[in-house]
Design a protein around this ligand. Structure first.
Ligand code: AMP
Length: 385
């Protein structure tokens, strides 16, 4: 694509979705001199505080989506579970990056994993398990234990269960009430890791990672970079992430999540076609954050450098759980020069809801990780009086 197709500062960038990822995208874009127009069903969501303009509407509201897309120079997204009608409508008025076609693939685990298999990418063993007959055949093929997942609209472990016996599988399957489902072989992993990849219309790519990810209750808890133990997987993870971005023809920022099995195999678990929670530490730790890379990619600007500017970094999520015994006393972390506090402006602190995160930067990742965990622990103890 010729450089004349660059979308330069001063232009207006449209975002579908208005959560914390849209908020941090808007902050990065605004710093670069863009205006950001957010479209989402919710009013007063995290991105609303920091964007130039907000439209509240359903993704299925064709007239409202068309008006939104006609008012911007490019449309991107911060959330993949967007109805196809929204991206199809928007594409008539502005480039949509990543495209509706790429989104269609990753919105459904069966399509996503079949795509990965066809792309020659190692993926967790899987089989369709929508009907009881398919479930029985999948158990026969993959063995037990296994993980039963709904094919569509899944995130943070929602709609999935670990099944150890045929009886557990039948019971979990009955609860899905016939929704399309897949069964995945249970992976005995040494760790979970992720890789970010940015890709612009000129075909330029940049990768960051691998980031080591720890989950608690299926939700990302702590991310660490660089983890020396992941060094042997780094080159493969970067190559696989780049292959995926190219084969999907995705423009923007993608996160590829992997399982690194105890037997050394690296397998893709899932793809997020947008900035990812595990990439938040790039804001404080890298020359270019994942959000700025998304801006650069969708605007067809040269990609920035993901090079770290610190020895190590760690991110600890702050979930609504932390608020259950009172509002945390932020001075407990603001006084620590190693810590950077990020809050998303959400008022309803429900258990399990991502309210913010803490990033620690230090001379090495282990020190950063210890600082992030200690900071979060102080927030657990200290409440605003
Ligand atoms: P997902 O929604 O697919 O990302 O799954 C959420 C979390 O559940 C993952 O980050 C893993 O910790 C765990 N998990 C999911 N699928 C598997 C699997 N096939 N084997 C082992 N653990 C899994």
């Amino acid at each position: 694509m010729p450089t004349t197709d660059r979308i330069l500062p001063g232009a207006t960038l449209g975002v579908l979705g208005s959560g914390q990822l849209g908020r941090m995208f808007a902050m990065a874009a605004t710093r670069l001199g863009y205006r950001v127009h957010v479209y989402a069903p919710e009013h007063d969501a995290p991105a609303a505080d920091v964007c130039w303009r907000q439209t509240t509407g359903a993704f299925e509201d064709v007239a409202a989506v068309a008006e939104f897309a006609a008012s911007v120079d490019v449309v991107t997204l911060e959330f993949e579970n967007i109805a196809a009608i929204a991206t199809e409508t928007a594409a008539k008025h502005a480039p949509v990056r990543p495209s509706g076609e790429a989104l269609y693939i990753v919105q459904d685990r069966l399509r996503e994993k079949s795509f990965l298999q066809q792309a020659g990418v190692p993926v967790t063993p899987f089989a369709e398990a929508t009907t009881p007959e398919q479930l029985a055949a999948a158990i026969e093929q993959l063995g037990l234990p296994a993980v039963l997942k709904t094919a569509a609209w899944g995130y943070d472990g929602k709609g999935q269960s670990l099944v150890r016996t045929a009886e557990e599988a039948t019971a979990a399957h009955a609860e899905l009430l016939g929704q399309p489902a897949i069964l995945e072989g249970f992976i005995d992993f040494q760790c979970e890791l992720s890789m970010l990849v940015a890709r612009n219309p000129a075909g330029e790519t940049a990768t960051f990672g691998p980031v080591a990810n720890d989950h608690a209750n299926h939700i990302l808890d702590v991310s660490t970079f660089p983890d020396p133990a992941l060094a042997p997987a780094a080159a493969d993870a970067a190559e696989i992430a780049t292959t995926i971005a190219c084969q999907l023809d995705a423009i923007g920022l993608l996160c590829v999540e992997f399982f690194w099995a105890k037997d050394g195999r690296l397998m893709v678990n899932e793809i997020a076609p947008r900035p990812h929670n595990s990439g938040h530490l790039t804001i404080d730790a890298c020359r270019t954050s994942q959000f700025e890379q998304q801006v650069r990619a969708v605007c067809n600007l040269p990609l920035g450098s993901f090079d770290p500017i610190v020895g190590g970094a760690a991110m600890a999520n702050l979930l609504g759980d932390l608020w259950q015994t009172g509002t945390p006393d932020w001075t407990a972390v603001l006084a620590d020069p190693a810590l950077r506090l990020h809050l998303y402006g959400k008022t309803d602190a429900r258990v399990g809801r991502k309210m913010g995160h803490l990033t620690a930067i230090a001379e090495d990742a282990a020190t950063a990780r210890a600082a992030a965990l200690a900071g979060r622990e102080r927030l657990k103890q200290l409440k605003k009086s």
